[in-house]
Design a protein. Sequence first.
Length: 156
Amino acid sequence: MAAGLVAVAVLVWALWPDGEPEPRQREYRAETACLLTGAKGVTAPEARPVWAGMQEASLTTRVKVQFLEVDGPQTGENAETFLASLVQSRCGVILAVGEAPVQAVLPTAARYPSATFVAFGATSPGPNVSVVEAAEPESVQRKARDLVAALESDRD
């Protein structure tokens, strides 16, 4: 009888299904691309293609991407604080989309000359500021993807 119980226990143990496989952790590179948006975040029509391009590049390059929304008054002055926090986060490139974030780019870039900014909207370029004029969503997405992908090639 005991041998039968042991045999059943061994059989149950051997046939017991394995638990869920361990989730695989995605290993990212050290580079990060950051996006500053208005209060509606990445769901805003002007931000949606930029964020989609950034995510697309992240999948192929393993560059980390993150976004931050301007909280509170949607003014350039208020957005400067949020841009400065992205600089402090050591973002390799900081993209800005939306009226307030784009207004904040030039004054913030002047205070942080070693940071790289890209404004998706009407502003002036500068030594560390590139400007992408508003265009159809597909070209905006492609430009954002290329900017993030460039972080990978800059480090190789």
